[in-house]
Design a protein around this ligand. Structure first.
Ligand SMILES: *[C@@H]1O[C@H](CO)[C@@H](O)[C@H](O)[C@H]1NC(C)=O
Ligand SMILES: *[C@@H]1O[C@H](CO)[C@@H](O)[C@H](O)[C@H]1NC(C)=O
Ligand SMILES: *[C@@H]1O[C@H](CO)[C@@H](O)[C@H](O)[C@H]1NC(C)=O
Ligand SMILES: *[C@@H]1O[C@H](CO)[C@@H](O)[C@H](O)[C@H]1NC(C)=O
Length: 523
């Protein structure tokens, strides 16, 4: 009976009527969608009426999963320079990358979303929502939908800890240990690393908030002109968000202090495992008794854009090893292809990495692929290209299950050394298994964690009490600058007064002493 009661109480506390949820994840990247789609689908599975603004149509969605499609325009088509060869991006600084890719393409793509036929039609209709969940990825104008529908706002990101977000919601910055998500730093905690970190954080914050966000505001004015003029700014909307789900986990990422409304859901897309491979790959992998080398540079990087000499280096090394190599190769033809090499334009990565015969994953170090390697306990060889990739691979190297191979260093000799080391040295696989074990050692799966907190925010009408009161304080008050200034003024005044008193006393003594000498001389 007691047990029944407790069960009933637990049910009551966690009970939530199904809600109307708007889920805004318009970005075209396949890897973003891989991480974000399971959250929307799981909300629908739990009975919520989910409306998703997306570029990726779900083939067989549940009936309570409504899709509002963004016009089919690829992000590269809206960039002024067109699609660059992604390998050339290894050489540009984080600052340049933000200007040419994140900020420029972010603005152009946000406009594509707001100008999409279905999106416009949807925004013109009367709708009711209880929660707006938005991806946080350079489409801040869409946060205004939380204001339009008068709901709390939850943010979800395919990346880990975010500097801009920390500043906005009043989470401590921790610049000595936590680096901005897209800054590549060789030695983050060294003096120069920390100096670079501080410089970049200030640079990014000022450009983001005072240049880029203003352009996002203009998009809101152009495409949603009926909203009241005195609405909160996009910055204020972000500051006032109820929940931030971030794609990291302290078992792999740098542990950091988080407010209660910043929740780690690292590897959320791996919570529901389905490791059945297509028949042809299943057979190839089962038959590879010496193991499989899996190579995939992700959805945005095309291996076929590799310069000829680097391609040759890879092929020559593959020819020498006894393992089977599976490589995501986007063209029909690959000349001079070794017998042990299988290429395919698309590969089911999660499923391949789950196969016990995989010896190593040669990757560009994207966070989602890295998490898939961690989840399955597969060692990594990483060739970082841009954004957060270097940082992810550096963490893998530090944790002992990966090796970074810099793009410019790739030749037959370096690649052969790294590959044979990672395949033959047991320490990599042992470290990979260990990190995998701790990555999964959690009170509940990442997907259940995400569900709990999203429903928590709905149940508690935005959970106002979870927000840091610092968001309502001035910057000076929050950073305690006024108090420090007061203390310094007090100390300096005390010091000046002491010095003054001392010099007065010294003068008196001086007068007294001369007087004394005179008296002595006289006698
Ligand atoms: C679900 O949400 C959509 C908005 O996209 C709305 O049109 C529909 O009426 C809602 N369904 C229910 C059953 O409330
Ligand atoms: C918005 O979409 C229309 C077609 O639906 C197109 O003619 C127009 O150029 C688009 N505007 C922008 C700024 O892309
Ligand atoms: C902040 O969000 C809550 C809902 O979560 C809302 O009630 C409140 O009005 C918002 N405050 C501001 C200043 O936008
Ligand atoms: C699992 O994967 C197989 C093959 O890729 C697919 O046919 C099946 O529908 C998947 N099952 C689930 C539950 O996603």
């Amino acid at each position: 009976m007691l047990r029944l009661n407790t069960l009933f109480l637990t049910f009551l506390i966690h009970y939530i009527e199904t809600a109307d949820i708007l889920y805004v994840t318009p970005f075209t990247s396949t890897s973003h969608n891989m991480l974000l789609a399971p959250i929307g689908l799981e909300l629908a599975r739990r009975g919520h009426n989910v409306t998703v603004i997306t570029s990726h149509r779900e083939k067989e969605p549940p009936p309570n999963y409504n899709q509002v499609m963004v016009d089919d325009i690829k992000i590269w088509e809206v960039m002024s320079g067109g699609r660059p060869n992604v390998f050339t991006m290894t050489d540009i600084s984080a600052e340049e990358f933000h200007h040419i890719v994140f900020w420029e393409a972010g603005l152009a793509f946000t406009e594509v979303v707001l100008n999409s036929t279905e999106v416009k039609k949807f925004l013109d209709k009367e709708n009711h929502f209880d929660l707006v969940i938005s991806e946080q990825f350079f489409q801040e104008a869409l946060y205004v939908l939380a204001y339009k529908y008068n709901t709390p706002l939850a943010l979800v990101t395919t990346f880990g800890n975010c500097m801009r977000h920390n500043i906005a919601v009043g989470n401590p910055l921790q610049l000595a240990t936590v680096i901005p998500e897209f800054l590549d730093l060789e030695d983050p905690s060294s003096f120069w690393g920390r100096l670079r970190n501080l410089y970049f954080t200030i640079y990014e914050y000022i450009n983001w908030r005072f240049v880029y966000l203003r352009k996002q505001e203009q998009l809101v004015q152009t495409y949603l002109p009926d909203l009241p003029k005195n609405r909160p700014s996009l910055y204020e909307l972000q500051q006032n968000c109820s929940l931030m789900l971030i794609n990291s986990h302290f078992s792999f990422d740098v542990p950091a202090a988080y407010l209660p409304n910043i929740v780690e859901i690292g590897g959320v897309h791996l919570s529901r495992i389905n490791s059945s491979l297509p028949k042809n790959l299943q057979k190839i992998m089962d038959d590879s008794v010496d193991g499989v080398v899996y190579m995939n540079f992700g959805s945005n990087v095309r291996s076929s854009e590799l310069p000829a000499e680097k391609k040759k280096a890879f092929l020559n090394v593959f020819r020498k090893i006894k393992q089977t190599v599976i490589w995501k190769w986007e063209e029909d033809i690959l000349e001079d292809k070794p017998k042990n090499l299988v290429t395919q334009k698309w590969l089911p990565q999660k499923e391949i990495l789950a196969h016990p015969n995989v010896k190593v994953f040669i990757s560009h170090g994207g966070l989602i692929g890295t998490q898939e390697a961690i989840f399955n306990g597969v060692p990594l060889i990483g060739v970082p290209i841009y954004a957060d990739q270097y940082n992810n691979l550096l963490l893998a190297q530090q944790a002992g299950f990966g090796r970074v191979l810099k793009y410019h260093d790739i030749n037959e000799e370096t690649f052969e050394n790294v590959l044979t080391d990672v395949i033959n040295n047991k320490k990599y696989i042992e470290a990979a298994k260990e990190v995998s074990r701790r990555f999964k050692d959690r009170p509940m799966t990442a997907l259940d964690t995400a569900m709990f907190w999203l429903e928590y925010v709905i149940r508690n009408k935005g959970a106002e009490y979870m927000k840091n009161p610092a968001i309502n304080m001035s910057w000076v008050a929050y950073t305690m600058l006024d108090v420090y200034a007061f203390i310094i003024i007090l100390l300096v005044s005390a010091l000046l007064i002491t010095l003054k008193v001392f010099s007065i006393l010294q003068n008196i003594f001086a007068v007294y002493n001369t007087h004394d000498i005179k008296v002595k001389k006289k006698s």
